[in-house]
Write a protein that binds this ligand. Structure first.
Ligand SMILES: O=C(O)[C@@H]1C=C(O)[C@@H](O)[C@H](O)C1
Length: 146
């Protein structure tokens, strides 16, 4: 099974970026833990992070036919990117949306997501554990959601 993990803008700054909201683990720390979890489940996990919308879009397109599920934290693009939403809809790969912080308890502009209504599932506010839970869910998605 192949799972693609996508992280959006500013998540490369995790560890020093507003630790009260996003925690103190670096993105590499999080990815390392997920890679270990994936290996224990005989799953191939590929990670890509970009601050550029078009790079994330291109990576979603490239996943067509090769990836069984996507875990994505679109970061700020969550609240702005119709284009990235459309990319995910264009490849017909189930995806799970993850947010480290509870976006619903933050500024109003973070309460809307262009992804949640077309996601297989959404995990918010659980910090790095959210990614781990998303990986477990992605591995166990029912056929109907694949
Ligand atoms: O909680 C998170 O992981 C999301 C990460 C970001 O960078 C924000 O722009 C989102 O609003 C929330």
């Amino acid at each position: 099974m192949n799972i693609l993990l996508l992280n959006g803008p500013n998540l490369n700054m995790l560890g020093q970026r507003e630790p009260d909201k996003y925690g103190t683990q670096t993105l590499q720390d999080i990815v390392d833990d997920l890679q270990a979890q994936a290996a224990s489940s005989n799953v191939t996990l590929t990670h890509f992070q970009s601050n550029a919308e078009y790079e994330l879009i291109d990576r979603v397109h490239a996943a067509m036919g090769t990836v069984d599920a996507i875990i994505i934290n679109p970061a700020a693009f969550t609240h702005t990117s119709v284009a990235l939403r459309d990319a995910l809809l264009s490849v017909n790969i189930p995806f799970i949306e993850v947010h480290l912080s509870n976006v619903h308890a933050r500024e109003p502009f973070r309460h809307h997501s262009y992804f949640s209504d077309v996601a297989a599932g959404v995990i918010v506010g659980l910090g790095a554990m959210g990614y781990s839970l998303a990986l477990t869910a992605a591995i166990n998605l029912p056929k109907s959601q694949k």
